[in-house]
Structure formats: structure tokens, C-alpha cells
Design a protein around this ligand. Sequence first.
Ligand SMILES: [Cu+2]
Length: 163
Amino acid sequence: MLLQTHVYVSSAASEVNVVHVSIIPGAGYNRSSLGYSPDVIHVVIGVNNTVVWTNNDNVTHTVTSTTGVFDSGLLPPGQSWNYTFTYPGTFNYYCTIHPWMKGTVIVEAPTGTTAPSNYSATYMYTGSLPSPRNPPGNVIAASVFALIIIGLVLGEISSKRTR
Ligand SMILES: [Cu+2]
């Protein structure tokens, strides 16, 4: 039996907001500063999960994931770089040139949904993003449907075993 769930995505890209992080002036020499402002941000998938970093310092920096998830490469003064987060988690990053510079992006699932433990593998929100005004109720419906089917299949298996 083939079980296929479909994630409906509405075309509301214009409603999706980005989050801006500034690499602040002096970040390259002020070792008591984390360098990114704000240094901790929360984003929600489908609402504001694209983050734009802008280098407002006068030396080159990087935005580099500590776990290899993303890497801006060299970001010269005045340049911006963006990354869209597609699955929940806490993503720490730093500057490879000035390793005292540190930041964190906390990525949350859309409101009203619960991320399964294998969220990153099966619920990649690639392409267009769901509207923040329309919680993906059909995702919930698909999940409920899948659970019913699994229940039926398991019920059938156990009834065969008892014969
Ligand atoms: Cu730097």
C-alpha cells in the first residue's frame, strides 16, 4: 500500500517576512562583543524563516554554522547574505575570521503543528512557504488520516496473528 501525504502550500510569498541581523561596526576588533545583533533570534517556518545578515562593519566577516548547515563564505563590508531555514532546531553560528563572534538562530515549526522527531527528513519546506495566516490544517488532517490507516493496518495484522 502506498501512503502519500501532500503538504499544501499557498502562494503567499509576499506575506513572508525576513529577519535582519546586523554585523555591527567594530565586530572585527571588539572581542567583548558577540558581533551579531541581535545575537539570538527566533524564527518560525513559513512566517519569517529567511534571515538576512548584513555586514555593517568595515572588515570582512562570515556567517558560519558550527555544525556545517550553512556558510556565507567571505562577506565583505556592506554586503548582505541570506539563508532560509527549512526545519526546526537551534543553529549556532560564528565568524571564522573572528571566532569570538557568535550568534544563534532558533527555528520553530509553524504554530498549531507538532514537529515529528524526523521532521527534517520528511517535512522539508522547500519552494514556496505556507501563509502565516493559514495554519496548515491539511497537514494535521493528513497526519490524522495517516494514523487511521496505520491503525487499520496494524489492526489487520494483529487479527491475522490471533487466527
Ligand atoms: Cu568576523
